[in-house]
Design a protein around this ligand. Sequence first.
Ligand code: 2BA
Length: 147
Amino acid sequence: MSLTQDKKLTDIKVGDLMISSEKVAHVQVNNPLEHALLVLVKSGYSAVPVLDASYKLVGVVGKTIILNQILGLERFEIEKLSDMRVHEVMNTEIPCLSGEDSFMKGLNAIINHPFVCVADKEGYFDGILTRRAILKQLKRDIYTTDL
Ligand code: 2BA
């Protein structure tokens, strides 16, 4: 049975809905852009979390930001993919949730982002909350609430 099957929305925590870290594709802050692009293309995701060597969350990197960085005046400067590192292009201005945050806080965070990272008090990466997880839970709640 699902962890949230019998729970009211107000009782559901972000940690109940998140995809846990071991199932999340990620890249390391010092990886060359070439490796990051490979992970993004192979996984099929538009963007993934960036972690440091101790598995703390430091940002998010996506295909668009990488392609923009290597775009020259007339061509993609492919050689930049091996010269540049993830930390030079990643977005560090990202929202972050705690596993103990409420469903409503998660819903609010996900309005402007396809996914939001979840980390503990020390900043260690716990997983991600996706729009899909929030929408699935909302749908379940609508179907099980007596109208
Ligand atoms: P996107 O990669 O832009 O994906 C948008 C939506 O397309 C996803 O929404 C999902 O419904 C579908 N999708 C894309 N790639 C998929 C795949 N390989 N397998 C199954 N479905 C796929 P959400 O599931 O709400 O995910 C929102 C965003 O969270 C994704 O945006 C991606 O950036 C990130 N994400 C989701 N799961 C991830 C994972 N396991 N590892 C890393 N990032 C993940």
